[in-house]
Write a protein that binds this ligand. Structure first.
Ligand SMILES: Nc1ncnc2c1ncn2[C@@H]1O[C@H](COP(=O)(O)OP(=O)(O)OP(=O)(O)O)[C@@H](O)[C@H]1O
Ligand SMILES: [Mg+2]
Length: 361
């Protein structure tokens, strides 16, 4: 007991605490409401609504909340004033001076003000937090959609693959089989010219079979990547894109990288493919330039178009394309950035670190 008395004696007396200064400078909004009107607010509280302190003092409670929240706020006010619920904490929609809605978290309690029952409390602006939570929910939804889409397209691709192998390769191989059977049947005859003819047919057929196999394989993996390497394959894709779309293209490559892992090359190839598809679909561009700066520890690839540019709104509501590009970049520890292009359009930059470098460029 003696101990606690010593501690209490050492404490600063309440009359010594500079409450007014603390309240005035508080990061939370502080308010006193009496007779349903604001009698005192600090600067932070007034700023949450876009008013000056002297504009708010005297205003009615309902003046600062949205019409939909008015009844609820008044009910809670009276519950506290009458002592039915002396202290309360809740979230409500308020009305900013410029008309927008701000979400506040209110902690309020019954007090006496000039001898009358009043409410005093604190308010925190949680509009940004709610908006971030909403965006997080939305991006999770988008990722789920993306995952669904990827699964669906993978299934489609497998089905197409199976059909092609069955119908195309199966048909051709059985033709070859029949031809070989004919060769065998006719091999016994004295005239050998027939054999030469059949052999020629067989050769043509074999070639067709090889072409078909290549086409089918190319659907699951771009062959140019194997034969040319990533950067040359991208250059070739860009040239073909220019011919098809009528958009002028330019390509610039500086430096070299060590051989790229298969997955890295495929992801980058697909990212450029999607970025070019977006240029053709959305940009209305006249020129697209693709530059690659390569080093031993990574490379940076940028695609710059002179089209209409991507609006903030479009970025916030990215389709599967942008999400898929971002996810592909993430899979190879890269970073994808979408900014304003040098000629007013869109600039897509992809930075990819290479193993051993230990960091993004
Ligand atoms: N190069 C660009 N120029 C102008 N706008 C672009 C460009 N790239 C993307 N956009 C904008 O960004 C949005 C999102 O692109 P994203 O690729 O994610 O979706 P999408 O192309 O509309 O549909 P998909 O999911 O089929 O790709 C586009 O709808 C478009 O408004
Ligand atoms: Mg797209």
């Amino acid at each position: 007991m003696g101990n606690s008395e010593t501690v209490a004696a050492a404490r600063v007396g309440l009359d010594e605490v500079p409450f007014q200064g603390i309240v005035e400078a508080a990061l939370a909004g502080v308010y006193v409401v009496c007779d349903e009107r604001f009698r005192y607010v600090n600067d932070t509280f007034a700023a949450m609504f876009g008013y000056r302190v002297d504009e708010i003092e005297g205003m009615h409670l309902r003046d600062l909340v949205t019409p939909d929240s008015g009844d609820d706020v008044m009910e809670k006010y009276h519950q506290r004033i009458t002592g039915e619920m002396p202290s309360i904490r809740y979230t409500t929609d308020c009305r900013h001076k410029d008309g927008r809605t701000v979400k506040l978290e209110i902690h309020g309690a019954r007090v006496l003000f000039r001898g009358q029952p009043a409410l005093s409390g604190m308010a925190l602006d949680i509009t940004d937090r709610i908006e971030r939570e909403r965006q997080l929910r939305r991006s999770r939804e988008q990722l789920r959609e993306l995952a669904r889409d990827i699964n669906t397209s993978r299934e489609d691709q497998r089905a197409r693959f199976a059909r092609d192998v069955h119908d195309v390769l199966g048909g051709m191989l059985s033709s070859i089989k029949m031809d070989v059977a004919r060769i065998l049947r006719r091999a016994a005859a004295p005239e050998l010219s027939d054999i030469r003819t059949i052999a020629t047919e067989l050769l043509t057929l074999t070639q067709e079979t090889i072409d078909a196999a290549r086409r089918i394989a190319d659907e699951s993996r771009p062959l140019a990547l194997d034969s040319l390497g990533l950067f040359a394959a991208i250059e070739e894709m860009l040239k073909k894109f220019g011919l098809r779309s009528g958009i002028a293209v330019s390509f610039h490559l500086e430096g070299t990288t060590p051989p790229l892992a298969n997955d890295c090359a495929v992801q980058c190839y697909r990212i450029v493919q999607e970025a070019l598809t977006n240029v053709a679909r959305h940009a209305d561009a006249r020129h697209v330039s693709l530059s690659v700066f390569a080093r031993a520890d990574g490379f940076e690839l940028s695609l710059d178009d002179d089209g209409s540019g991507v609006s903030v709104d479009a970025k916030a509501h990215a389709g599967i394309g942008l999400i898929s590009m971002t996810e592909r970049a993430r899979e190879i520890d890269g970073e994808l950035e979408l900014t304003a292009g040098h000629a007013g359009g869109t600039l897509i930059s992809l930075r990819v670190p290479l193993p051993g470098s230990g960091r993004a460029l």
